[in-house]
Design a protein around this ligand. Structure first.
Ligand SMILES: NC(=O)c1ccc[n+]([C@@H]2O[C@H](COP(=O)([O-])OP(=O)(O)OC[C@H]3O[C@@H](n4cnc5c(N)ncnc54)[C@H](O)[C@@H]3O)[C@@H](O)[C@H]2O)c1
Length: 351
């Protein structure tokens, strides 16, 4: 399966990934090779990884899984581990895990001794199709997500879809939402292929999604224009995600589950404001609801979510800016939405 060239590194999949890593380690002069895992990837992925690559690693460090551990105290533990185990500027850190671990491990590597090399091996669907591209590394600051970090590219990213066999179904479906987004914003044919498939973890689809994100990021590395299209579904999705987090009586949503709702709502806004056809809108709604359990929203919920929107970091000068669709595969950015449409969008979602 063909590799994908990103900024300064390649994303290799399956057998090519194995070969690329062996070659890279053989030709590089690393003083030490460290692997970062959490309790789940240590159990499910590390044995496969070590066997597959027949690689000698110097030490493995385990952190606790979960967004609540994506913080500076966890980073300190990893920095100390590297330091106590002879890590120097020529060491390599291999991050074996989901997006929490690759974001944190990338940040630790980028800052240890002013920066050592790192390789990301994403083990969740979301981290394969999303976090593998763009060079965003970092951690949370209290409840505020991804506040501390740097943009820095890994030496390579290796994708082994077989790791997904042990991933919880709910996590897989959450990653699938990002893949559907890639079709919606950039490629109608890919969208149609995805919605007619039974498997979410097809290697060719994972590759396609990575390629779509990569194309967008390469065309707009500093997030000035085109890259905003990756936020389709995220403006309302993030607000819903935060609202549910702050309200114990609401279900806790995974990221993909929240943006799935966001994409239906923003699909409705696209129909109202940008000419997305009724048929396409209906197809978007039906396709998401086939995989994601519907939620109900009271008028008070909706009012609070709309308030939260106003604090979203993508909004400038008080306007709420959206990415909307003119058609499936064709996204437009910087659309201002009149406030009265939000309640109508939620009504459409629930009808
Ligand atoms: N850098 C980026 O561009 C980017 C993009 C998207 C998301 N993110 C970040 O990614 C994070 C979310 O990542 P995620 O959805 O991968 O969640 P996650 O990293 O929390 O992983 C989800 C759970 O799955 C477990 N797990 C991982 N791989 C497994 C496997 N193969 N088998 C069994 N269990 C496994 C983990 O231990 C964890 O419990 C967020 O912090 C988000 O900010 C970053």
């Amino acid at each position: 399966m063909e590799s994908i060239q990103s900024h300064t590194y390649e994303v290799h999949l399956e057998e090519l990934a194995e070969a690329a890593l062996k070659q890279h380690i053989a030709k590089s002069d690393y003083s030490k090779v460290f692997v970062l895992v959490d309790e789940n990837t240590k159990k499910h992925c590390l044995p496969i990884f070590l066997k597959k690559l027949g690689l000698e690693v110097d030490a493995v460090f385990e952190i606790k899984s979960g967004e609540e551990h994506k913080n500076i105290s966890t980073c300190s533990m990893v920095w100390e581990f590297l330091s106590n185990n002879g890590g120097d500027r020529k060491s390599l850190l291999i991050n074996l895990g989901g997006g929490v671990l690759t974001d944190l491990g990338g940040f630790v590597a980028s800052t240890f001794k002013r920066g050592i090399g790192f390789i990301n091996i994403p083990t969740t669907l979301l981290s394969m199709v999303d976090a593998s591209i763009g060079g965003k590394t970092g951690v949370d600051l209290g409840v505020l997500k991804n506040q501390i970090g740097v943009i820095n590219q890994p030496e390579m990213v290796l994708v082994f879809p077989e790791f997904l066999k042990t991933l919880a179904e709910r996590q897989i479906v959450s990653g699938y939402a990002e893949m559907l987004k890639h079709g919606l914003i950039k490629d109608e044919e890919y969208w149609k292929a995805l919605i007619s498939m039974d498997s979410y973890t097809d290697a060719a689809c994972i590759q396609k999604s990575i390629a779509i994100k990569n194309d967008v990021v390469l065309q707009d590395p500093t997030e000035q224009g085109l890259r905003k299209i990756l936020n389709f579904g995220h403006t309302l999705g993030h607000a819903i995600e935060s609202y549910c987090l702050e309200n114990p009586d609401k279900p806790t949503l995974l990221h993909g589950e929240a943006i799935a709702i966001g994409m239906i709502l923003e699909g409705y806004l696209s129909h109202e404001l940008k000419g997305l056809s009724r048929l396409s809108l209906q197809e978007i709604k039906t396709s998401f609801l086939a995989h994601f359990k519907p939620m109900t929203f009271t008028p008070e919920d909706i009012a609070t979510i709309v308030e939260l929107l106003k604090y979203d970091k993508k909004n400038s000068h008080g306007d709420i800016n959206f990415v909307l669709l003119q058609a499936i595969g064709k996204a437009v950015t910087d659309v201002t939405v009149p406030e009265h449409l939000f309640a109508k969008a939620f009504a459409y979602y629930e009808e």
